[in-house]
Design a protein around this ligand. Structure first.
Ligand SMILES: *Cc1c(COP(=O)(O)O)cnc(C)c1O
Length: 500
């Protein structure tokens, strides 16, 4: 029998509180050669923090090692494939980070006078027009800070236009394949949500749509390509059905990485849409950092766009706050500026052909994986797929192995899991989006791992069900962790038990 030896640096790391011992410090200074003063006299009592209970006291090397070790526990796009479907976890070129960190951009302040902010304003205006061209829409606001925020801004714009026409209407139609943020958005904007069932191809059923669109319907929120990675082929007819009845077409553009440089939503009837800069246009995400959810609209919505709007007056940029019909502010200042800079750098560095190639490669990679994995996993929707592909765990479920088990086993093979159990219309979904930045070698390794797991599911299902086996903690009680999280350290709380 082989005994597993644990290297001390991969052991369960102690909390800083547990490493603490009184009097340790992260610095060494020579003895004072001037008289000591009481900090509350020197700084003012209000500026001196009272003792923090149990504040950890550790040496410099202890704290450096602590955080360096913790950092090695993270999976990262810089380590390997991150096939989280819908999220577009692609590698983003470092040069865009470099540009966002240029002093003049990184240190710009939103209260800077306009005369000293012309460069920053030019960048925003340039990105607005680039995104208008990419989407085929007439105007863009960069303010929303994320996709869901863009959705809310977009539906408020739709409400504003319908109100001006005399009736804001009552409900928003949402296909059952939609991202959960869509119904949440419609509800927050004051609309009732009506779900519509997808057809056998996994797309919107035109005949059904025709039956249900009436004077109460404000809009349809559709994701295109949808969350199955399938392009809504009837999108032009969908737009016509809505427009004939005075309803509008909102497109969730989080999947624009399948269309950029190939098709413009503005040309297929979309009225309002958002983009996810942190998916398609170079801002890294996944760690909860800032994002960008610009909204692109047709001409009729322009007067309602959020304040302020960029305006060119006598060859200078200025912010226009005098827009009586605007829905108002949706965010402080003008959007997440660093994200805006990255997006423009990405677009300009790629150029038109480069953007188109990225789209083609994203679709190619997803279809390559589809071909490689089809022999091993059930593919419930057979329609051609674009930038992502959704399998089900149907074949593995016979052996008691579900999508969550397969995902956890992938960790043992060195990959981040795919998206589990989404979209909801696929039972036991495995949603895989490789993105364009992966080379064939990485895709082959992933396909091999997935094939090996399919084999294990048949021959040794328990091995898969109890995975992961290579991590410091294996399965955790996810329900209790979500329902009763322990967020505060107490001296008596036991250290998490290391996995064996
Ligand atoms: C990611 C995503 C969203 C939400 O975007 P956030 O930036 O996370 O708010 C909405 N719809 C789809 C289809 C998405 O993939």
């Amino acid at each position: 029998m082989i005994t597993k030896v644990r290297s001390h640096i991969t052991q369960n790391e102690l909390l800083l509180f547990e490493q603490s011992s009184p009097g340790k410090k992260g610095y060494q200074l020579p003895d004072l050669d001037v008289p000591a003063v009481d900090p509350s006299t020197a700084l003012g009592a209000a500026n001196v923090r009272a003792e923090i209970e149990g504040f950890p006291e550790v040496s410099e090397v202890e704290i450096i090692r602590h955080f360096t070790r913790l950092s090695t526990w993270n999976y990262a796009i810089d380590l390997g494939l991150y096939p989280l479907g819908s999220c577009t976890m692609k590698y983003n070129p470092r040069v865009n980070e470099l540009v966002a960190r240029l002093d003049g951009l990184a240190w710009a302040h939103p209260y800077q006078p306009e005369s000293l902010a012309q460069g920053a304003m030019e960048i925003m205006a340039h990105l607005e027009s680039a995104l208008a061209e990419i989407t085929g829409m007439d105007a863009v606001t960069l303010q929303p800070a994320a996709g869901a925020h863009g959705e809310l801004t977009g539906i408020l714009l739709i409400r504003a236009l319908l109100e001006k026409r005399g009736n804001p209407r009552k409900k928003v139609l949402i296909p059952d394949s939609a991202h959960g943020t869509n119904p949440a958005t419609a509800a927050i904007a004051g609309y009732a949500v009506e779900n519509i069932r997808s057809n056998q191809r996994g797309t919107v059923d035109l005949a059904q749509l025709e039956r249900i669109v009436d004077q109460d319907v404000a809009a349809l929120m559709v994701t295109n390509p949808n969350t199955l990675g399938v392009f809504e082929e009837n999108i032009k007819s969908i737009a016509e059905v809505l427009h004939k009845k005075g309803a509008l077409l909102y497109m969730d553009g989080a999947n624009m990485n399948a269309l950029v440089g190939i098709a413009q939503p503005g040309a297929f009837g979309v009225d309002v849409m958002h983009l996810n800069l942190h998916k398609t246009f170079s801002t890294p995400h996944g760690g909860g950092g800032p994002g960008g959810g610009p909204v692109a609209v047709k001409k009729a919505f322009e007067p309602f766009l959020p304040l302020p709007r960029l305006k060119r007056v006598r060859s200078k940029w200025t912010f226009d706050y005098q827009l009586p019909r605007s829905i108002g502010r949706v965010r402080a200042f003008y959007g997440n500026f660093g994200v805006i800079v990255r997006a423009l750098a990405y677009i300009l560095a790629h150029g038109g052909n480069g953007l188109r190639n990225a789209t083609v490669d994203a679709v190619l990679n997803a279809n390559y994986l589809r071909r490689k994995l089809e022999p091993h996993y059930d593919l419930p929707f057979q329609a051609p797929n674009m930038h992502e592909v959704v399998f089900s765990d149907d074949r593995q479920a016979k052996y008691g192995v579900r999508t969550g088990d397969i995902a956890k086993r992938l960790i043992d093979y060195g990959f981040h899991p795919y998206t589990v159990s989404f979209p909801l219309i696929v039972r036991g979904a495995l949603m895989i989006e490789p993105t364009e930045t992966e080379a064939k070698r990485e895709l082959d390794l992933f396909a091999e791992a997935m094939a090996a797991i399919a084999h294990e599911a048949e021959t040794d299902p328990e091995l898969v069900r109890s995975a992961p086996h290579s991590t410091r903690t294996s399965r955790v009680d996810e329900v209790t962790a979500a329902r009763r999280p322990v967020l505060k350290w107490k001296p008596e709380s036991p250290t998490v038990k290391a996995a064996d």
